[in-house]
Design a protein around this ligand. Structure first.
Ligand code: CA
Length: 227
């Protein structure tokens, strides 16, 4: 086992360092953040297998970090609470923490809980209600779109357009057809709206991740193709 990457968000440097040394000794890779904002930033961009998150943090407290994290990530989180306060635990678990530990704790217990949380980690295999194309994953139940495990924030129209393109991938779709299917028969705009929204999608996916998924077919329309 081990080899997993763990982020420690803890402002008490001594405790953070202690946890880090123990985890490294067990064979985990570790990184540290010493305040909430930096921790959130690292968590969202760092592709960690597990996050250890202290509740009392400067700049952004642990609850807030957890709440924002859960908008885009399912990474297991173990919360550290300084005091044995039931409200912190309940709140943390409500917000999607996997487990919590009350300081001071025995390091063996933290290690055991890390092993359990890592085992529970959800498998990445797609459910029937997901469309997976390369690194792009669309969850049709949750209406969420993820690229490389990073959540993409789309408006409802952008999502509808992407879903329609993806469901009809490799087929050339005219602007009129797209407008009809995404905006509906009642829509009395002009087909420029399609171009505008294609641009939005491209900036959020193609341009952002340096891929080419949405292709222009000159004089006709668009097609979604993964090569
Ligand atoms: Ca603290």
């Amino acid at each position: 086992m081990a080899g997993e990457k763990i982020l420690i968000i803890e402002d008490e440097v001594k405790i953070a360092r202690f946890i880090e040394l123990e985890l490294q000794h067990e064979g985990y890779f570790t990184e540290q953040a010493n305040d909430g904002r930096a921790g959130l930033e690292m968590a969202v961009n760092g592709n960690y297998d597990l996050i250890i998150l202290d509740v009392m943090l400067p700049s952004l407290n642990g609850m807030e970090v957890l709440r924002r994290l859960r908008q885009s990530l399912e990474t297991p989180v173990i919360m550290l609470t300084a005091k044995d306060e039931i409200t912190d635990k309940v709140m943390g678990l409500d917000l999607g923490a996997d487990d919590y530990m009350t300081k001071p704790f025995a390091i063996e217990e933290l290690l055991a809980r890390i092993r359990t949380a890592l085992k529970r980690k959800r498998p990445l295999s797609p459910s029937p209600n997901q469309i997976v194309i390369g690194c792009l994953k669309i969850d049709l139940d949750k209406h969420s779109v993820v690229y490389n495990d990073q959540y993409i924030d789309l408006t409802k129209t952008e999502y509808d357009l992407l879903k329609y393109l993806v469901e009809n991938r490799n087929i050339v779709l005219t602007r009129d057809k797209i407008e009809e299917m995404v905006w509906g028969f009642d829509y009395h705009g002009d087909t420029n709206i399609v171009d505008v929204y294609i641009r939005y999608l491209r900036s959020k996916i193609d341009d952002k991740y340096g891929v080419k998924l949405i292709h222009t077919v000159r004089g006709v329309g668009y097609t979604f193709k993964h090569e």
